[in-house]
Design a protein around this ligand. Structure first.
Ligand code: GLN
Length: 541
């Protein structure tokens, strides 16, 4: 029997609902349950794929090619359960599906309304495509009280009746702000937020209350009384030193006990050894390395969420703390800014789009190559490293990417046709931008004797993609002669997936996004190896 836990948030946004959901998922998993996490986003975009990273942070890509909310990255990192297309939906997607059905005539005769048609579509989404999960944790994006969130709240309210209260639970995340002038944590915002939920017919079963200091018992009792929740079901969620300590801290406060109690389950105690080990390794590193991340959206760390986590995982694997220096690539386009890179132990150029800042990335790739500093180019970072090598190693003057318009040597070009499994994918210049990139998992064969083969220790890998342009194989031979090894190719040999420079301590570019698959308990091999390379470098400088 699948049980559903609905997670809402109140008082303010950015309370860490995604992390809270992921941590609860990890706790239930540690008790031996099979879990799945889902997110319902109230905005009107069909998916976040076309949104600026500054608006929405990273776009997280699943194996099956969905462009999703970054919270799904938390879900995967905490539970190891691979998210699917069916784990994230937006208002835009729900409406566009309902309208398409209406146009087809599927509702013949009916007036299409929010209740029941939109709410039915939402309920259908929540309860579909499950494979024997014990728990589905379903996070509702936004904050209670937002107009846009109403159909989602109505749908989960209805599910409470449809499925029965023994199969559903409502968990509400709120905030107790500390008011310095009176020296108190305040309960009123939580009371109001719960009132807001009650006004749409939802009585929360458990309250998870964020606070920056311990919540006094009297205040906890007060929240319980005013919000009509048992006192033990008011769970303090205090700030912790590392996000990977959250499952332990929630468990200590009794969250998973309360969930089991709500459902009347007598479950074994969770095995938290994995989380304790990770937390201890993070809090007691044996050294540290500095990594420069040179990108375009460095003003918003959420734009590189998975990347930052994957670097931390690389640190966990090597028992070192990873200091990330976020640097704006445009800085490296004027004057002599390269001295900012002096003393870093590794340089990472992440994914990105558009011409702005690209020359800076090319300059940085050159610096890394010539100074023999470990370089990790991801997607756009690989493409810019190839442009750099084409210009400065292969002597192809005017080499560039056709993403920035026509150029003399388009060593990176638009891919108009490729195979996904047996299916031919076709794209054209000027086509739709939404959902049309090379998306999701693709296989890649690693060349014998290459560094990446040594790192992964297998012949074939599968990694996730999100890009429109590819390294142009017309220049493969020229680049190989100049010292670039094409060490990973698509199985049909058509798409370059990995390049490396054999004559360099650590220089690897990958067309895919390895950061999306890294986990704290299973650091990605490339990040583990890159940080090991940075540790080596730190012994030299
Ligand atoms: N802009 C490049 C492309 O579309 C790289 C994309 C990326 O880094 N994710 O191919």
């Amino acid at each position: 029997m699948t049980r559903f836990i609905f997670i809402t948030g109140g008082v303010v946004s950015s309370l860490g609902k995604g992390l809270a959901s992921a941590a609860l998922g990890a706790l239930l998993q540690a008790r031996g349950f099979k879990v799945r996490l889902r997110k319902l986003d109230p905005y009107i975009n069909v998916d976040p794929g076309t949104m600026s990273p500054y608006q929405h942070g990273e776009v997280y890509v699943t194996d099956d090619g969905a462009e999703t909310d970054l919270d799904l990255g938390h879900y995967e990192r905490f539970t190891g359960v691979a998210c699917r297309q069916s784990d994230n939906v937006t208002t835009g997607r729900i409406y566009s599906d309902v309208i398409a059905k209406e146009r087809r005539g599927d509702y013949l005769g009916a007036t299409i309304q929010v209740i029941p048609h939109i709410t039915d579509a939402i309920k259908n989404f929540i309860t579909s495509d499950l494979t024997g999960e014990d728990f589905v944790l379903c996070e509702i994006g936004g904050t209670v009280g937002d107009i846009e969130g109403l159909p989602f709240l109505e749908a989960i309210r209805q599910l409470g009746n449809d499925l029965g209260r023994d199969r559903t639970m409502y968990l509400h995340l709120t905030l107790m702000p500390f008011i310095p002038s009176v020296g108190e944590l305040k309960t009123k915002p939580t009371q109001h937020s719960v009132k807001e939920l009650l006004s749409v017919g939802i009585q929360p079963d458990v309250l998870l209350v964020r606070a920056d200091r311990p919540i006094p018992d009297a205040e906890r009792r007060k929240i319980a009384l005013f919000c009509n929740v048992r006192e033990q079901a008011v769970i303090p969620a205090l700030d912790v030193e590392t996000i990977y300590g959250v499952p332990i801290s929630y468990h200590d406060e009794g969250l998973d006990d309360q969930v089991c109690r709500h459902f009347g389950i007598n479950a074994k105690a969770p095995d938290l050894s994995r989380w304790i080990e990770i937390r201890d390794r993070i809090l007691k590193p044996e050294g540290e390395v500095s990594i420069a991340v040179v990108g375009k959206y460095t003003g918003l760390i959420d734009a590189y969420k998975s990347l930052a986590e994957a670097l931390h995982h690389g640190g966990i694997a090597n028992n070192v703390r990873v200091h990330m220096h976020w640097m704006e690539s445009e800085t490296f386009e004027t004057g002599n800014a390269l001295h900012h890179l002096d003393g870093v132990h590794g340089i990472l150029v992440p994914g990105g789009f558009g011409e702005r800042g690209s020359e800076g990335k090319i300059a940085v790739a050159r610096f890394a190559r010539e100074r023999r500093v470990p370089y990790f180019g991801i997607c756009f970072g690989m493409q810019m490293a190839v442009v750099e090598a084409a210009r400065n190693l292969a002597g192809l003057e005017g080499a560039g990417s056709s993403e920035f318009g026509a150029c003399k040597h388009a060593v990176v070009g638009l891919m108009t046709e490729w195979l996904r499994g047996n299916e031919l994918q076709k794209r054209q210049v000027g086509g739709n931008l939404g959902g049309t990139m090379r998306l999701g998992a693709y296989p890649c064969v690693l060349e014998k004797g290459s560094r990446v083969r040594d790192i992964y220790r297998v012949r074939e890998i599968s990694e996730r993609h999100r890009h429109r342009y590819e390294v142009n194989t017309r220049y493969k031979e020229t680049l190989e002669k100049a010292g670039i090894r094409f060490s990973g190719m698509s199985p049909d040999g058509v798409l370059p997936e990995i390049i490396e420079i054999p004559d360099h301590p650590w220089f690897i570019g990958v067309q895919f996004h390895p950061e999306l698959k890294s986990k704290p308990f299973d650091p990605h091999p490339l990040f583990k190896s890159f940080i090991a390379g940075a540790v080596q470098q730190s012994r030299l400088v």
